[in-house]
Design a protein around this ligand. Structure first.
Ligand SMILES: [Fe+2]
Ligand SMILES: [Fe+2]
Length: 472
């Protein structure tokens, strides 16, 4: 379905046919723009940025690139095309037609899920708002802004659902999404990872690799939803999300490659001496953000997750296309459970293990990223290899929350954990060092010393293209 750009709010949902809804969203629009002005990227709002904008939801044909000032970006409401005669693919309602409106009995659960997903979108923009000042190149600066405007669009996607399907409650929730602030002690964002500061570019690359990847898996599980408008929204958001993940993965790879280059330069392999980020520090940042991000999947054993699955609200990763038992009423999942200071295997009904199954799909995907990073490390001839910590390590949610596990997932004493945690997690000194490297590099074709130059540009443009034209 093509997108109507002649309207104040670009959309492919025939917004003009519902005047009340259109008016309500047109009232929310200036509040969104005010939020963007206050909490979007700090500075750069008058500059021309080489951005992509969705022009159609057809696969492969949706992006148009050009210079845009960020406040003039055409945020809108885009749903993937409807699948004719779509049926609920799992749970107790398997085989029934999908819902075009919210069933009364699932209203609270759906609203909660949509609000929680929605809240992450503006949160990450807020977390990243000061990164522009220290961008390592114009290429990176542009990628940051692309991610930011698309997170803004994801907020629009969720706010549309709230306004269209949840009445007054939905409108109030949409307003609250613009009122919470990442890291604000009085009115924080809903999820913990989205209140963590993101003040340096190594953090940004780890965040987009690991935390945006959580987003991918949540969206994929919701793309399976029996609530069809949510499914269609998420399917289109996933096409945008893929770029965020590649920004992260590629960014970390470039930091690793530069470390390898500087290691070779120094007789003692001292990377910091030459102004790079040493491998040990990169590994600690990866460990930290991986652990924070897997918390986002929720408790390992969860009756909420079982209910969401049973009622057809949230499926598993690729539920519909995989040849699996889509009812999942029988069968168990074995889970390593802490009992009296040791780990004991316990069998949990599969429906109650849905969070864990989604987390496992995520971890499998994250392991593939690590394989690609390590292949790059092999190619540049260093012996360093990235590793992911055991999923029990450094958790703040679920079965393993707050328990002292080592990097390999062995239960250790609290004293040993305290003594060893600086081996695994960034110290204040590590963070101060990384921060000390962050200086904006905005000259044509130049790249900061601590990161390798990008291999290729955006949309077949050269890597050293001036992706942001400063208004001076
Ligand atoms: Fe997003
Ligand atoms: Fe994202």
């Amino acid at each position: 379905m093509s997108i109507d750009y002649s309207e104040r709010i670009p959309n492919n949902v025939d917004l003009s046919s519902d005047k009340r809804l259109q008016r309500a969203l047109e009232q929310w629009q200036p509040a969104f723009l005010d939020w963007w002005g206050d909490m979007g990227p700090d500075g750069w709002q008058a500059d021309d940025v080489y951005l992509r904008t969705a022009i159609s939801t057809e696969p492969g044909g949706w992006a148009q690139f050009g210079f845009v000032k960020m406040p003039e970006y055409r945020w809108g409401i885009f749903l993937a095309d409807a699948v004719p005669d779509r049926r609920i693919a799992f749970g107790d309602h398997k085989g029934e037609p999908v819902w075009q409106d919210v069933p009364g009995e699932h209203r609270n659960a759906l609203q909660r899920i949509i609000v929680t997903q929605a809240d992450t979108e503006p949160a990450s923009v807020e977390q990243q708002r000061r990164l522009g000042a220290t961008a390592p190149s114009l290429y990176d600066l542009r990628n940051l802004f692309q991610v930011n405007v698309e997170e803004g669009r994801h907020l629009w996607a969720m706010v549309y659902l709230l306004h269209r399907h949840f009445g007054r409650d939905g409108r109030e929730e949409a307003d609250a999404l613009l009122a919470r602030r990442a890291g604000d002690p009085d009115n924080p964002r809903i999820l913990d990872a989205f209140n963590q500061p993101c003040v340096d570019w190594l953090t940004f690359f780890c965040f987009t690799t690991f935390t945006d990847r959580d987003g991918k898996y949540q969206l994929a599980a919701l793309a399976e939803s029996g609530f069809d408008p949510l499914s269609r929204t998420c399917r289109f958001m996933l096409t945008e999300e893929a770029h965020h993940l590649s920004v992260g993965e590629d960014g970390v790879r470039r930091v690793l490659e530069r470390a390898a280059e500087l290691e070779r330069l120094d007789p003692n392999g001292d990377v910091r001496k030459h102004g790079g980020v040493d491998f040990a520090t990169i590994q600690k940042y990866i460990t930290y953000w991986f652990s924070y991000s897997i918390d986002l999947f929720g408790s390992e054993v969860s009756s909420n997750a079982a209910n969401f699955f049973a009622s057809g609200i949230k499926g598993r990763y690729r539920e519909e296309e995989l040849d699996i038992d889509h009812v999942a009423l029988t069968g168990t999942y074995r889970m390593s459970t802490p009992v009296d200071g040791r780990l004991v295997d316990q069998d949990v009904p599969v429906r109650n293990a849905m969070n864990e199954l989604l987390r496992n799909a995520y971890i499998e995907d994250a392991e593939k990223v690590v394989v690609r990073w390590n292949r790059a490390m092999e190619e540049v001839g260093t012996t360093f290899r990235v590793r992911l910590p055991n999923p029990r390590f450094f958790r703040r949610q679920g079965l393993y929350a707050g328990l002292p596990f080592d990097f390999e997932g062995n239960l250790i004493s609290a004293g040993e954990f305290e003594a060893r945690k600086t081996e695994w997690l960034p110290t204040d000194a590590d963070r101060a060092y990384v921060t000390s490297l962050m200086h904006g590099v905005f000259d044509h074709g130049k790249v900061a010393n601590w990161i390798a130059a990008p291999k290729r540009g955006i949309n077949k443009m050269p890597a050293d293209f001036d992706y942001v034209r400063r208004d001076v």
